[in-house]
Design a protein around this ligand. Structure first.
Ligand code: FES
Length: 148
C-alpha cells in the first residue's frame, strides 16, 4: 500500500491537533467497523461566519490522522458555505490521493466537520443551507463493505 508524500507528511506532522475551549461547534463521529473516533472543534466568527480556527483529536488510523489534518487546514479561513465543499474527495485530492482501502477513513474528517457545523447551527438556532444531519457512525455511509 503506497501513501503519497503529502499523506506521510500530514501523518507524521499533523496540523491543528488539540481542542478549542468554548468552541463555536464541536462534532464527534466514529466508524463502528474499525472503531476509530474523531472529534472536530470549530471557532466561527459570529459576524462574518468565517471559520477562524479548527482543531481535531482522533483515535484513528494514519489515514484518518492525515485526512483530518488536511481537512482542518482546508476549512480554516473559509466561510461555512465554503467549508461544506471540503468533502472527503476534496481532502483526498489535496493529499494526492489515498490507497483504495483507506478511502473510507477520509469520511471521518468530512463528517466530523459537518457534525461540528450542525452543533454550531443548533446552538445558534440557525439552519445552514446544504447541511444534512450528520451520522454518528460513518460506516453507514460506506458502500464498500468488503474493504475492511
Ligand atoms: Fe478506521 Fe482508518 S481504519 S478510520
Amino acid at each position: 500500500m503506497a501513501y503519497s508524500e503529502k499523506v506521510k507528511d500530514h501523518y507524521k506532522n499533523p496540523r491543528n491537533v488539540g481542542e478549542i475551549e468554548n468552541a463555536s461547534g464541536v462534532g464527534t463521529v466514529g466508524n463502528a467497523k474499525c472503531g476509530d473516533i474523531m472529534r472536530m472543534y470549530l471557532d466561527i466568527d459570529e459576524n462574518t461566519g468565517i471559520i477562524k480556527d479548527c482543531k481535531f483529536k482522533t483515535f484513528g488510523c494514519g489515514a484518518a490522522v492525515a485526512t483530518s489534518s488536511m481537512a482542518t487546514e482546508l476549512v480554516k479561513g473559509k466561510t461555512i458555505e465554503e467549508a461544506l465543499k471540503v468533502t472527503n474527495k476534496a481532502v483526498m485530492e489535496a493529499l494526492d490521493g489515498l490507497p483504495p482501502v483507506k478511502v473510507h477513513c477520509s469520511l471521518l474528517a468530512e463528517q466530523a466537520i459537518h457534525s461540528a457545523l450542525w452543533n454550531y447551527a443548533e446552538k445558534k438556532g440557525i439552519k445552514i443551507e446544504g447541511l444534512e444531519k450528520p451520522v454518528n457512525d460513518v460506516s453507514e455511509l460506506d458502500d464498500d463493505d468488503d474493504e475492511f
